[in-house]
Design a protein around this ligand. Structure first.
Ligand code: TYM
Length: 314
């Protein structure tokens, strides 16, 4: 039986945090044997914020290494860079003529930016359309993501349906895969973990950084349980293991946090060690991206030929 196809992406905007890891990266690693996996570096999406060539180069290479370090095997999967496959932006333009301005105005990310009074670029406005192109070009079945991306996958289905209705049945409707227990990983202040809130614990942070961040997790001493600590701890141990630990150390927040820091460090140390082996291996990074682009390009080109035929430009 043919394997189902899975695609997801991450923006090269800095070192991944445990929200990125549990929400998306780990899912790709766990599923790479059973699915045909496409792991993308969403550099054109990152252009919203990374507008410096050296920085873009550096962050892109780093995210490739991060993908390998967490356990993605380039022999089993296709790891590629969005900008290497020009069909993504080409298809975006075609979709742009099918979606309306009010449709995009309803996007959460756009509404948030607007509410904050930000000056919004056309790229930010159009972000969901590029994301739809990323997914639909590959006839993707499943898109593993955190819950913040849910609306983008709904938009992707809407856009696919619109195209299929206006022209002919062309695009498969993808489904998001959101694991409830890690749909929104909390940050050290109890809000969603996010680089923009400055509340992250990086998976490749040094042991010292991890300890420092864990010690600064906001605790509410009025409750039975230091909920913010517990919520992060749940990612690393199951609740039946955690219960006795939290009962024994009841009220001893410093000791509990030390235990959490130790668990986080132990969990990520093997990945950190793997990362050190790959870091600075320019040849490996180039080779992985070249091979990835070859596979992705073959599929994207064939799909674009079909799309162009359907819309009547070839
Ligand atoms: P990005 O780079 O913001 O985040 C990468 C992935 O990490 C997940 N994530 C979280 N999951 C749980 N808890 C959190 N606190 C948390 N923070 C981040 C995100 O949900 C995401 O899955 N638009 C995408 C990149 C993208 C993409 C795609 C994804 C571009 N094209 C096509 C899937 C398919 C983004 O900005 O992810």
């Amino acid at each position: 039986m043919q394997k189902k196809r899975l695609l997801s992406g991450i923006k090269p905007t800095g070192s991944p945090h445990i929200g990125n890891y549990f929400g998306m990266m780990k899912q790709l690693v766990d599923m790479q044997g059973d699915y045909e996996v496409f792991a993308m570096v969403a550099d054109y999406h990152a252009l919203n914020t990374i507008q410096n060539a050296d920085e873009m180069q550096k962050l892109t290479k780093e995210i490739v290494i991060d993908y390998l370090a967490v356990g993605l095997d380039p022999k089993k999967i296709t790891l590629f860079k969005q900008s290497d496959i020009t069909e993504h932006t080409e298809l975006t333009w075609i979709f742009d003529n099918l979606v309306t301005v009010p449709f995009l105005q309803r996007a959460h990310a756009f509404k948030d930016a607007e509410a904050k009074g930000k000056e919004i670029s056309v790229g930010v406005f159009n972000y969901p359309v590029l994301m739809a192109a990323d997914i639909l070009l590959y006839d993707t079945d499943v898109v593993p993501v955190g819950s913040d991306q849910k609306q983008h996958i709904e938009y992707t289905r809407d856009i696919a349906q619109k195209f299929n209705n206006v022209f002919e049945e062309t695009f498969k409707l993808p489904t998001e895969k959101i694991i409830e227990s890690v749909a929104t990983v909390q940050g050290i202040d109890g809000r969603k973990m996010s680089k923009s809130y400055n509340n992250t614990i990086g998976i490749f942070d040094t042991d010292e950084e991890i300890k420092k961040k864990v010690m600064s997790i906001v605790t509410d001493s009025s409750g039975e349980l230091p909920q913010n600590v517990y919520n992060i701890h749940k990612l690393f141990r199951n609740e039946s293991e955690l219960k006795p630990i939290y009962e024994n150390l009841k009220g001893k927040y410093k000791d509990i946090k030390e235990k959490l820091a130790e668990d986080i460090i132990n969990y990520f140390t093997p990945m950190k060690e793997r990362r050190e082996k790959f870091a600075n291996n320019e040849r490996l990074i180039k080779k992985v991206l070249k091979n990835g682009a070859k596979t992705a390009s073959r599929i994207a080109k064939a799909k674009m030929d079909d799309v162009k035929t359907k819309i009547g430009v070839i």
